[in-house]
Design a protein around this ligand. Structure first.
Ligand code: SF4
Length: 289
């Protein structure tokens, strides 16, 4: 929508390290960051509002713990502007490495545990959500749904290989119904900075940028089990694409849960803004002692 209205480049906002980098170093780009909160913050907010109301639970008695590939999410959950009704949407963040350590300590072997579905009403993940973990996954997921929003139809081939792969900067041009958008997908802060410098020289260089701070995206996150070599990251990304390919539900806009929540709860601008959007601030690089 933002791109269509010609409001300048749209920068992704789901990686807190990237957002913080922009706030500290390139505040002139703050107005271009998508105002969408990161997915686990939206989920936490939904758990403490929509789900709590449905289950008749006092939200103050709910503790939300996100299991994340990311050490930066530990900082993100403390951002005051994310609070809803005086509560932090997410109370604690545990990294996947910390969880693996806990499993080892308690002698829990995942292979011995029978898989079971996640709890409802928020427990049906789509393939579009799964691929968020690899560089290009956020762009692919958004493009699958954007195509549907523009044309009213789903893409015939939803495997968007132009934005997949471990290259640190990928560029793609998307053409739909006379609408053209240039997209950059970038991984690693140093590479993301190159894109920002390009945009400083030519603000029309890109219409949308997906930026992830860690190598290969969250599959190479600072909280992931070690070692994290390029080969291991490639395998992790391939595993996510395999999970996506096997899922019946691969498009976010087809999720019955998402549709239900929009119908029952996120059905007015005020609530959508409270649960799903945020703001950013210019931050000082000075350390006051
Ligand atoms: S790319 Fe790294 S810092 Fe950014 S959200 Fe993923 S794990 Fe966290």
């Amino acid at each position: 929508e933002k791109i269509k209205k010609g409001k300048g480049v749209c920068l992704s906002s789901c990686c807190p390290s990237w957002v913080k980098f922009v706030e500290f170093n390139y505040p002139e780009f703050i107005p271009y960051l998508a105002t969408t909160r990161s997915p686990h913050i939206i989920l936490g907010a939904l758990i403490k509002t929509y789900w709590a109301q449905k289950e008749k639970i006092d939200p103050k008695k709910i503790k939300v713990i996100s299991i994340m590939p990311c050490t930066s999410k530990k900082y993100e959950v403390e951002r005051d502007e994310l609070q809803i009704e005086g509560m932090d949407p997410v109370d604690y963040v545990m990294t996947t490495r910390e969880l693996a350590r806990l499993f080892k300590k308690r002698k829990i072997n995942l292979k011995d545990i029978k898989p079971e579905p996640a709890d409802n009403p928020l427990g049906i993940p789509s393939g579009a959500g799964v691929i968020y973990g690899a560089t290009g996954g956020v762009a692919e997921s958004a493009l699958r749904t954007a195509y549907h929003m523009i044309t009213g139809k789903n893409l015939k081939n939803i495997n968007l290989r132009a934005v997949r792969g471990m290259e640190v900067i990928k560029k793609a041009e998307i053409k739909v119904k006379g609408f053209k958008a240039r997209m950059a997908v970038v991984t690693g802060i140093g590479n993301a900075e190159k894109i920002l410098k390009e945009l400083q020289k030519n603000p029309k260089a890109y219409d949308a940028v997906e930026a992830m701070a860690c190598p290969g995206g969250c599959i190479g996150g600072g909280g992931q089990p070690l070692p994290s070599t390029p080969e291991i990251r490639k395998q992790r990304a391939e595993a996510l694409y395999q999970i996506d390919a096997k899922k019946k539900l691969r498009l976010a806009h087809e999720s019955p849960i998402v549709q239900k929540i929009y119908k029952e709860f996120l059905n007015n601008e005020k609530t959508i803004h409270k649960i799903c959007h945020t703001k950013y601030f210019k931050k000082s690089r000075e350390v006051k002692i």
